[in-house]
Design a protein. Structure first.
Length: 260
């Protein structure tokens, strides 16, 4: 009888215990990682207003400025996303899992911000943007249109639906991040949302690249290396390269057995 009571007590304690975390969502980020991310992603954020000021305030050539902006944006994103893989002193105690998780969460956050800012504004005001080539406020979009992809100046139904999908993907990501951080990484629904977002990224970005390439790149200045390989190519490659990382990371979390 005493053994039976002990078993019942143990079951009650387990049922009252908080759910097993999917992962540690509150791993402290060391200072050197903050600095590395600030230097890379911070330069991307500052590049847009500085480029607009250079063109409309200082009279710098707009195409040359757009080239510089494309380089900063493209390399800044790739380097920024991978900072948790760098051999930083503050990361010496981090496991491979912790490094990959940090990479994935950063990618998800930046994706969410991108979808709900640059892409959402373009989706709402693409006609006004297309008609405002000489306006400073429209330069963050025209810097990409100038040589990078003319489709954003002449929106097709296909491109519009791709951007609708991207904005919806950003909302899904925002919900996933809210669930993740509110639960301290315990809510497995957040992982499913992250993985769903990654799949949509792979689909929409493949369609974006493939549709233009199979058409013969009519909207890209293929005579210019920066326009074809940086603005069109590298600027969007993160949304093909990093979603598989999210899928592998998420699968590992969902398959992880619960703690005893």
């Amino acid at each position: 009888m005493g053994l039976r009571q002990a078993e019942l007590q143990l079951q009650r304690e387990r049922s009252d215990a908080p759910p097993t975390p999917v992962a540690d969502a509150r791993t402290a980020i060391p200072l050197d990682l903050w600095i590395a991310r600030g230097a890379t992603l911070g330069s991307v954020a500052l590049a847009f207003p500085l480029a607009a000021w250079a063109v409309f305030g200082l009279g710098v050539d707009r195409n040359a400025t757009a080239d510089g902006l494309a380089v900063v944006y493209s390399f800044g994103l790739v380097l920024g996303f991978t900072t948790s893989l760098w051999p930083l002193p503050g990361l010496r105690s981090w496991t491979r899992h912790a490094r990959i998780q940090s990479l994935c969460l950063l990618f998800l956050m930046v994706s969410c911000v991108t979808h709900l800012s640059w892409e959402l504004v373009w989706l709402i005001g693409h006609d006004s943007i297309a008609a405002s080539r000489e306006a400073a406020w429209a330069y963050p979009w025209w810097a990409y249109i100038d040589g990078g992809d003319l489709r954003y100046a002449n929106a097709t139904p296909t491109l519009l639906m791709m951007e609708v999908l991207s904005v919806a993907n950003g909302l899904v990501c925002a919900l996933g991040l809210a669930l993740w951080y509110r639960s301290g990484g315990r809510d497995r629904r957040s992982v499913l949302l992250f993985m769903a977002m990654a799949v949509v990224h792979l689909y929409s970005t493949s369609l974006y690249y493939g549709g233009e390439i199979l058409s013969g790149l009519p909207n890209v200045d293929t005579s210019n290396f920066l326009d074809s390989w940086i603005k069109f190519g590298l600027a969007n490659i993160s949304w093909l390269a990093f979603p598989p990382c999210v899928l592998v990371w998420g699968t590992g979390l969902l398959l992880r057995p619960p703690d005893p």
